[in-house]
Design a protein around this ligand. Structure first.
Ligand SMILES: Cc1cc2nc3c(=O)[nH]c(=O)nc-3n(C[C@H](O)[C@H](O)[C@H](O)COP(=O)(O)O)c2cc1C
Length: 190
């Protein structure tokens, strides 16, 4: 698949529709290496990845459940069970985190953007070699208990949890908007 086709034909697969095989070994290495080519002002390398595979998905579910109980001590058992089950939807998850730093030239937002570009490279690379994926955040991505459990600080940003696997069935091609509707040639200040 050429690069334009890979980028333009990528679309998300619902996490529950992702089954084995997930990318592991050389395929996962190729996907994560693609992330290293993300644009990166100041070569901050602000991206970090946490691979959550097998039983670790249950451990992440426990972290989500504990985080919910901390945020909302009144949370129902059903709500706790639901959030605990979220990481089990797909066979493998890669959490993409922006580990931000003080930098004289590179504002924090640009470091988060660089990590987001790395996440996009993961999504595209996974698609290009035949896997399905979706990036999801939800409140756990912005929760300090979850960040700490993954080994990060409050100031770091979980860009998203990339759920990976093989799509259970053929997907219908999603129509995309026309780029012209989002573009103007600018010539002078309004
Ligand atoms: C950083 C980030 C976080 C996201 N988090 C969620 C989420 O929590 N729940 C959700 O339904 N979609 C979320 N999305 C959107 C999906 O990943 C996906 O892009 C969307 O469903 C559109 O599908 P498409 O990628 O095929 O266009 C998120 C996207 C980004 C970029």
């Amino acid at each position: 698949m050429n690069a334009i086709d890979a980028i333009a034909s990528r679309q998300s697969t619902r996490a529950v529709m992702l089954t084995e095989p997930a990318p592991r070994g050389e395929d996962l290495a190729a996907i994560l290496q693609a992330a290293m080519s993300a644009p990166d002002h100041g070569a901050c390398r602000p991206w970090r990845f946490r691979i959550i595979d097998g039983d670790a998905r249950e451990a992440l579910g426990d972290v989500f459940a504990d985080a919910l109980k901390k945020r909302d001590p009144e949370a129902t058992n059903e709500a706790v069970a639901l959030i605990r089950s979220k990481p089990l939807r797909s066979p493998l998850i890669v959490a993409v985190v922006a580990k931000t730093m003080e930098h004289p030239k590179v504002p924090r937002v640009e470091q988060v953007v660089a990590a987001a570009c790395a996440a996009q490279n993961i999504l595209t690379a996974a698609h290009a070699i035949g896997y399905g994926a979706i990036i999801l955040s939800g409140w756990p991505a912005h929760d300090n208990h979850v960040k700490a459990a993954l080994g990060f600080m409050d100031k770091d940003e979980i860009v998203g949890f990339i759920y990976l696997g093989t799509p259970e069935s053929e997907q219908t091609v999603k129509p995309r908007p026309d780029h012209k509707d989002f573009t103007e040639v600018w010539t002078e200040a309004a």
